[in-house]
Design a protein around this ligand. Structure first.
Ligand SMILES: *Cc1c(COP(=O)(O)O)cnc(C)c1O
Length: 225
């Protein structure tokens, strides 16, 4: 990987359909680099830890039009802070967490936009709903009226073959279709957050509307081939 952050962003952008939102994953990326990404036109930043995000948000207060995305696992006891700090939460991974956020979001002027994290394959290292579990929880998710449920998020397990990753993303898209066909009113399925540096092209082909890219934008060229 070579080039400045601005060049990398331009290069990735040129490969993405204009309808796909590029979320720059900036965990462990210094704020100066984030400023360079902002100057290059990026407005969507993804962080996986609440505290790290809070520190950066304080340092970037002069850039008010950033949209902040939480992409990492969220603990129940951090739910209130999360609502204050993030516009989007990609990592809602249980009914309990959704209900807690819903309760806390009551009366807020801006409803939090959330995605439901699913795991299509058995993967002990990942959190999220299995397909049968999410289908069973939809009735209760429909009651979360203070959340804007916008779609699904998924992360493939490590070490899959290309065809398996492709299949994994296609299955995520099919699950979203299946839920959409049930015509819920609170549960919208217009977004699919899937695809990271190694597999975003496959994800886009399968219908991703948001890709979450870290290393391909920010990794130091010295340790890349
Ligand atoms: C770190 C991370 C990313 C970005 O991964 P890269 O391989 O650096 O592009 C995307 N999504 C989640 C949930 C992450 O934790």
């Amino acid at each position: 990987m070579t080039g400045t952050v601005a060049q990398r962003i331009a290069n990735i952008r040129s490969q993405l359909p204009t309808s796909v939102r590029l979320i720059a994953v900036t965990k462990q990326v210094p704020v100066e680099t984030m400023r360079a990404a902002y100057a290059a036109g990026l407005r969507d930043f993804g962080e996986s830890r609440i505290q790290e995000a809070a520190t950066k948000q304080a340092m970037l207060q002069d850039l008010p039009d950033i949209t902040w995305h939480l992409i990492g696992h969220l603990q129940n006891n951090k739910a209130q802070k999360t609502l204050e700090q993030f516009h989007w939460i990609h990592s809602i991974d249980s009914l309990k967490l959704a209900q807690r956020l819903d309760l806390l979001a009551e009366g807020r002027s801006r409803k939090p936009q959330v995605l439901l994290q699913v795991k299509i394959l058995r993967d002990p290292n990942k959190s999220g709903w299995t397909i049968p579990d999410i289908m069973a929880d939809l009735h209760q998710l429909e009651q979360c009226r203070n959340l804007k449920i916008q779609g699904l998020m998924s992360i493939p397990p490590l070490r899959l073959e290309t065809a398996e990753i492709e299949n994994f993303f296609e299955q995520t898209a099919q699950l979203a279709d299946r839920i959409r066909l049930q015509n819920w009113s609170q549960i919208q399925m217009q977004h699919l957050s899937m695809g990271m540096s190694n597999d975003y092209q496959l994800a886009v082909r399968a219908g991703a509307t948001m890709v979450r890219l870290g290393r391909i934008l920010f990794a130091d060229g010295s340790n890349e081939t």
